[in-house]
Design a protein around this ligand. Sequence first.
Ligand SMILES: [Zn+2]
Length: 278
Amino acid sequence: MTQPAFVAPGVVTAFCPKPTSHTGVVVMVAAKGDGVVVLDSGMAEPMPDALGPALELLGATTADVRAVLSTHGHRDHTGGSRALRDASGALTYFSADDEGLAGFAPDVPVTDGDVISSGDLRFEVVTTPGHTAGSVCFYEPTLKLLVAGDGVQGVGSARKLPVYYESGTRYRASLRKLLALEIDTLVVGHPLAWRGANTHVFTGAQCHELLEDSFAAAEAIRAAVAAVGPHPTPHRAALAVLATSPIFDHFDPGDPVEEDTEATLDSELRDLAGTAVR
Ligand SMILES: [Zn+2]
């Protein structure tokens, strides 16, 4: 799990440690075109050294990095960006909508349909708000490779209500948008607990199946919140409902309710309230 590996020709994944998280790592991607494109830069602390073994596998060094793309502004995905920029002169690319989360502005703000090219590689920006307002995925059409960050969360990670988003409505709409793409390889931002495995790379038919399961998981959360209705402890009550849902059979409702989980449930409550007054 800690060794970098190829996921497509010229494209490797690497892991940046994130000791405080339940998944323990953030997935970084490095792709070699004309120079190197890094997609998600991990935590600030171990960078740019944490990327070294991945670059070595590509026959490159930090000085070859030309572009640092981030799927969203959370600091486990943007934390290393400025160190990489300083070490290489690379430009940083992400949505200006996530500037506040990142704590700095991108050199190049990106929006839907933008393309970042490097040699034969073309990374197309697909806006996928929901996890955060500025979440995007990067799609390489020749490789049919989708780098999704936290825009695709499956049924979550082991022993945690999995999915974290600022808006369930937007997250589900974004998953529908991704389902229209032809995808051979899908890389997510943290290892996911899915079908008895714990992995960050999905291939072939798994890609669309993971997207469908991600949608079903978010829909189950929405339905659980709707079923609970007004309640003195709505978070705990919704989690108890969810624990009976087959899609969350890895989830233990006895675990402490984390802040992320509460935020996800609150987003559904807000969306439901919005629906009620319309
Ligand atoms: Zn995130």
